[in-house]
Ligand binder design. Structure first.
Ligand SMILES: Cc1cc2nc3c(=O)[nH]c(=O)nc-3n(C[C@H](O)[C@H](O)[C@H](O)COP(=O)(O)O)c2cc1C
Length: 193
């Protein structure tokens, strides 16, 4: 298997809360992804999804063509989620639920964000069985941002240099999984693609 080719890996910011700290995390991770020659990325924000109050799920997938086309094209996905009562925001689930078969046999990597000291480990664990049903394959290298309120300066710069090494490992593994699954989708017969 060659190492050739750019991987398309969008990032989904999973909360619409007004003063969300997760946005700083998402923008920092996105900037690190953009530095990699082997990744093409773009930000999707759950705030930009005009979700109806009276409908739900894949039947409304056609209302979000940019998201649908991005996931069809994607080799992987990064989800940045805060921990809300040990779970993920409902709006994140609502956005993910508008598609289904488009996710199958693609990689997903999680970034957890919390005010508390655990860095979203509980929301990440909660997301694993949920994305499994979508057909996504989870990486084992998560990125955690505990005590997020003290992690960034006023301009959104990350204050802790230890994250440079962490994000490199996080992306290396996501790239490996995304590339391997792309090879599999292209070369190994499956009823799903
Ligand atoms: C509804 C709600 C529930 C929360 N539950 C938790 C929690 O279970 N554990 C935790 O560490 N922080 C919790 N927080 C705090 C968030 O982790 C905190 O707001 C952090 O900044 C990340 O979320 P944000 O992107 O909305 O800012 C909660 C916040 C909200 C709004």
């Amino acid at each position: 298997m060659g190492d050739e080719g750019t991987l398309y890996i969008p990032l989904l910011l999973g909360t619409s809360r007004k003063e969300r700290e997760s946005e700083k995390v998402a923008k920092w991770v996105l900037s690190k992804m953009a530095e990699r020659d082997d990744i093409e990325t773009r930000l999707f924000d759950v705030r930009d999804f005009d979700l109806p109050r009276d409908h739900y799920g894949t039947e409304i997938g056609g209302s979000f063509p940019e998201w649908r086309d991005a996931i069809i094209r994607a080799d992987g996905l990064v989800i940045v989620s805060p921990e809300y009562n040990h779970g993920y925001p409902g709006v994140l689930k609502s956005v993910l639920d508008v598609l289904l078969k488009e996710y199958i046999h693609k990689a997903v990597a999680f970034v957890g964000v919390s005010a508390g000291p655990w860095g979203g480990v509980r929301v990440i664990e909660a997301m694993v069985p949920m994305v499994r049903e979508l057909g996504l394959a989870v990486t084992f290298t998560d990125l955690q941002f505990p005590s997020v309120g003290s992690k960034f300066d006023g301009e959104g710069n990350l204050l802790d240099p230890a994250y440079e090494k962490r994000v490199a490992g996080f992306l290396d593994e996501l790239i490996w999984m995304s590339r391997t699954l792309r090879w599999g989708r292209q070369n190994v017969k499956s009823k799903y693609h």
